[in-house]
Structures are given as structure tokens and as C-alpha cells.
Ligand binder design. Structure first.
Ligand SMILES: Nc1ncnc2c1ncn2[C@@H]1O[C@H](COP(=O)(O)OP(=O)(O)OP(=O)(O)O)[C@@H](O)[C@H]1O
Ligand SMILES: [Mg+2]
Length: 296
């Protein structure tokens, strides 16, 4: 079931077009990633979808609601790239005021979100004294207090260590399983995009690819076998004709199907190899193939 639809959304800031005619369809329960470099238009897109800024042109709907409808905001939880919480207030005060705003009189310190995001021990600490990872956990818990249908996360893991990222992702995954939460995130992190059901690759305000991770990988990010050799030409003579190859002065790079193909080929040319490396295709490769630029 389609939950969110955006049709031809465009945002201009003066002469500059930050987002240009983007179309999106997001089904309930999906995890969607917007992947793109700095300035691609990811935050601008999120800000339009969350009703924070109006699109210059285009339509947005969540179910039957548009961003102008009062009920629209109730459907969404938003974690902006820069936190909007009050630094002077404690974690508990920030969370509780949000709960009261959404009519939850019975919000307690043992609320499942407080427990799930590991906030019990820091409830009485002022938000501004928290570490980056603690802040993010509070931000996300706060965005979920009113049980939104869609959670927007603008670069949720930037600057976080692996442990904090893991806690956040395990908790969000449980919420997806339990409540069918839909998640739309922006990221530069490959591993986050790889968890997504569907990825929109954005560059200069345009969607330059929209597909599943597995299809993007097979199209743009094949496995690579790098071989150092004093005789690249001799090595290439033995390569399968349908492999994409890059010949260096003392090296050869081959796009091979899988590890088995790589091992078989290495056996075949063993005496010519001084060094080799096998590398799985990544989202970095996808970005490179589509834009000719590294992702970060
Ligand atoms: N309020 C604004 N006024 C003018 N220009 C803006 C405004 N907001 C964004 N822009 C411009 O729009 C473009 C897209 O910015 P946006 O913040 O959406 O990128 P992003 O993909 O989120 O980048 P990052 O990964 O750095 O967060 C940039 O060139 C930015 O300078
Ligand atoms: Mg941004």
C-alpha cells in the first residue's frame, strides 16, 4: 500500500534549483534511503516531505493528507540533521513535554522508547551536556513518542560510533517489525543504504537512480578482482571475453561474477601473479559509476 507520494516536487532558492522534479512513492513499512553527496538536495527533499518548507512546485501526500492539513504532522516523526531539542532542559523534560503535547498523560520514565534507546540513566541530564550519540538516541525517541506512521531521519548516524549505530538500527528494526514503521533516511553511509528496501540516488537535485540495492549492485557495482602482474597483456589474453577489464602498466582489474570465478582464474594464471585482491561491489561503486565522483 502506498503511504507517501510526491509528484514533481521542486525547490528553488533564488536562481538555484536545489531539488528538481522529484517523484517518489513509498509503501507502508518500507525502509527508503536517499543517498547522495553534500549539497545533493537530500535535506531539502526531507524538509519538503515533512512540511517544514513548501515546495516551489509539485504535490505531496501521505494517505489522503497534504502538508497543509493539520493532521499531516501527526503522521510523521522527524529527526532533522541539526537537533531541535532544548539544550537547557533535561532529557526527561524534553521527552515529557513532547508526550504531553501529543496528549499522553500517562507518559512514564519506564516508557518502552526510553528503555529501548537506553535513556534511563541519562533522563535527568541536560540535553546540551550529552554526547553526540546520546543526543541522537534522544532525538529519535522523541520523534517516535506520538507513534508516527513515517519516521524521517536526516543523516541519523553521522559522527556516531559503531556501537551507537548498532543500538539505533536494532531498535528501529524492531519497531519496523512490530509496528510496520516506515522509515525514510538520508545518508552518506553505505551500510545504511544497504539495509534499505529501495534506494534513491540523488545528485544535484535529481534522482539519478532508483532501484533495489541488489539491482543497483548488479548493474553498477560488480565484484572486482585486482591483480598485480609484470605481464598484464598475457593475463588479459586468458580472461573471459565478457569480463570488463582495466589494464594498468603492472596491473589488471577484472569485473568477475563471484569469488569462485576469481579463484578459478587465479589458479589459471598463478605463475603471473605477484599480488591480488578481491573486492565486493559497494554503493561507492554505484555512485562512481553514475556520477564519476566518489561519494565522500
Ligand atoms: N535555505 C536555503 N537557502 C538557499 N540555499 C539553500 C537553502 N537550503 C539549501 N540550500 C542549497 O540547496 C542545495 C541542497 O542543499 P541540501 O541541504 O538539501 O543538501 P544535502 O543533500 O542535504 O547535503 P548534506 O549532505 O551536506 O546535508 C545546496 O546547494 C544548498 O546550499
Ligand atoms: Mg543534508
Amino acid at each position: 500500500m502506498t503511504l507517501l507520494t510526491a509528484t514533481g516536487i521542486t525547490k528553488k532558492f533564488g536562481q538555484q534549483t536545489a531539488v528538481d522534479q522529484i517523484d517518489l512513492q513509498v509503501a507502508a513499512g518500507q525502509l527508503i534511503a536517499f543517498l547522495g553527496p553534500n549539497g545533493a538536495g537530500k535535506s531539502t527533499t526531507i524538509n519538503m516531505l515533512t512540511g517544514t518548507i513548501p515546495p516551489t512546485t509539485g504535490q505531496i501526500k501521505v494517505g489522503d493528507l497534504t502538508p497543509q492539513d493539520r493532521q499531516y504532522q501527526h503522521q510523521l516523526g522527524v529527526v532533522f540533521q541539526k537537533s531541535v531539542l532544548d539544550g537547557q532542559l533535561t532529557v526527561w523534560q524534553n521527552l515529557n513535554s513532547r508526550a504531553q503535547m501529543s496528549g499522553q498523560q500517562d507518559f512514564k520514565q519506564d516508557n518502552p522508547l526510553i528503555v529501548a534507546f537506553g535513556l534511563s540513566a541519562i533522563l535527568n541530564q541536560r540535553y546540551q551536556t550529552l554526547s553526540g550519540g546520546q543526543r541522537r538516541r534522544v532525538d529519535i525517541a522523541r520523534a517516535l513518542i506520538h507513534h508516527p506512521a513515517i519516521l524521517f531521519l536526516d543523516e541519523p548516524s553521522t559522527g556516531l560510533d559503531i556501537q551507537t549505530r548498532t543500538i539505533i538500527w536494532q531498535t528501529l528494526e524492531r519497531l519496523r517489525q512490530a509496528h510496520g514503521l516506515t522509515i525514510i533516511l538520508t545518508t552518506h553511509y553505505l551500510e545504511e543504504a544497504e539495509a534499505a528496501d529501495f534506494v534513491y540516488v540523488i545528485d544535484h537535485g535529481h534522482i539519478i537512480a532508483a532501484d533495489t540495492v541488489s539491482r543497483l549492485k548488479s548493474q553498477y557495482a560488480q565484484n572486482q578482482l585486482m591483480i598485480e602482474t609484470p605481464h598484464p597483456k598475457v593475463v588479459l589474453e586468458q580472461a573471459q571475453p565478457d569480463w570488463r577489464v582495466i589494464e594498468g602498466q603492472h596491473s589488471v582489474q577484472l569485473a568477475v561474477d563471484d569469488e569462485q570465478a576469481a579463484i578459478a582464474f587465479l589458479h589459471q594464471i598463478q605463475s603471473l601473479v605477484t599480488h591480488f585482491e578481491f573486492r565486493q561491489g559497494t554503493m561507492d561503486d554505484i555512485f562512481m559509476a553514475l556520477t564519476g565522483k566518489e561519494i565522500r
